[in-house]
Design a protein around this ligand. Structure first.
Ligand code: ATP
Ligand code: MG
Length: 219
């Protein structure tokens, strides 16, 4: 069953007198429970596409259907409502808050969830255990390795139990062994929690672990 459908999405950026065409008539479907890689040359619009899927940005034309409803976003605040507790985002450089502990960083993923303090604690603790970072819960991010930081960033993205997780080069700054560990975590979450993942990557090995690859062309 389709979780999201893109139909003839067009996206341009205008700066001064020049217009950059990033996406023209881009169409694809992602089914519930899929683990999909997005590949393509630098500048072909991978991050722009994730931003559209997350409702951080919006297309100039075309149709985006998510979970059976058309997504209509015309300003940034619309996107916050649209994403709420349904889409988790993992950014390339972790984007953790250094003044917050590991526990508090993960808890940030629940800021929009209307749940009691006890439920909140239970959800964060479950994620800490699932991702193998329970012992790090009181640490601050600047004391962590790249792989540990990425686990925390994944934790923050999944703690609200989203149906879709978007990840922009989640293994881009990790060594080979750590990359494998992070991929295993993503695969495990995908299979056991039936979370759909869309992962931007430059790495063929990462793409090979996914169910399918969508390759974008630079226009
Ligand atoms: N806010 C913006 N304003 C103007 N141009 C932009 C903006 N965001 C992206 N672009 C341009 O759109 C194109 C696609 O950018 P995007 O960041 O989506 O590429 P990418 O595929 O993610 O690249 P990379 O692999 O280097 O991360 C680039 O030419 C970029 O310069
Ligand atoms: Mg990018």
């Amino acid at each position: 069953m389709a979780l999201l459908i893109l139909e003839k999405i067009c996206k341009n950026f205008k700066t001064g007198n020049t217009t950059i065409i990033v996406h023209k008539d881009l169409s694809f479907t992602v089914d519930k429970g899929e683990l999909v890689a997005i590949m393509g040359k630098s500048g072909c619009g991978k991050t722009t596409l994730l931003n559209i899927l997350a409702g951080i940005d919006y297309p100039d034309s075309g149709k985006y259907v998510f979970d059976n409803s058309e997504v209509i976003i015309r300003k940034t605040n619309d996107g916050i409502k649209f994403r709420r507790n349904r889409i988790g985002v993992i950014l390339q450089h972790f984007a953790l808050i250094n003044d917050f502990t590991v526990y508090e960083n993960i808890e940030l993923g629940l800021w929009e969830a209307k749940i009691s303090k006890n439920e909140r604690r239970k959800k964060v603790n479950d994620v800490l255990e699932r991702l193998g970072i329970w012992d790090l819960r009181d640490q601050y991010p600047d004391k962590l390795s790249g792989g540990e930081k990425q686990r925390v960033a994944i934790g923050r993205a999944i703690v609200c139990e989203p149906i879709l997780v978007l990840a922009d080069e989640p293994t881009g700054s990790l060594d080979n062994e750590t990359e494998k560990e992070i991929l295993e975590i993503i695969k495990e979450l995908n299979k056991s929690l039936d979370m759909t993942f869309i992962i931007v990557t430059h790495d063929e090995e990462v793409a090979a672990c996914c169910d399918r690859t969508i390759t974008l062309q630079k226009l």
